[in-house]
Write a protein that binds this ligand. Sequence first.
Ligand code: NI
Length: 193
Amino acid sequence: MRSGERKEIAKLTDIAYIPCMTIRPIIIHPDPRLKTVAAPVTDITDAVRRLGADMLETMYDAPGIGLAAPQVGVLSRLLVMDCVKGEGAPPRPMVLINPEIVAASEETNTYDEGCLSIPEQYAEITRPAEVDVRWMGLDGEEHQEHFDGLWATCVQHEIDHLNGKLFIDYLKPLKRQIITRRMQKLKRERARA
Ligand code: NI
């Protein structure tokens, strides 16, 4: 990500005063922190603002379209996402605190999902096609929005993370086991490197 874009993101997310954002290491499955139900955020502190900014930076760097706090080892109910696609489209970085799905469509959508905590593994997952989500913003205000398409899939995937659930938990045990073994191998290789 270029610095010009970064300034734009800071402006959009009300985090402009944070002098520099840090890329945080992403936890790779399997890890008990990815299986834990995260705790609600009670106050918008500087630490929370910094977490949001760092997570956006980490997500864009990866690159990814969504990231939940447990993936960077913080067991708090906060997620970031930006599912804007296409060349030249302005970014739309979002920080969602204590997000809740308040309504979901009966109609479903199937996407080939991946996860920054399960690199290079993809599987088709079926979820409600549209959801209404309520959350608290970094501005301390309550927000509610209707999501469809990739945004709906992404927000549900990330909220699952806050509940200790991964997309592979929707798969049959054998397939999940194969992916988990691959990740264990990847972690061993990374630890040796
Ligand atoms: Ni994920």
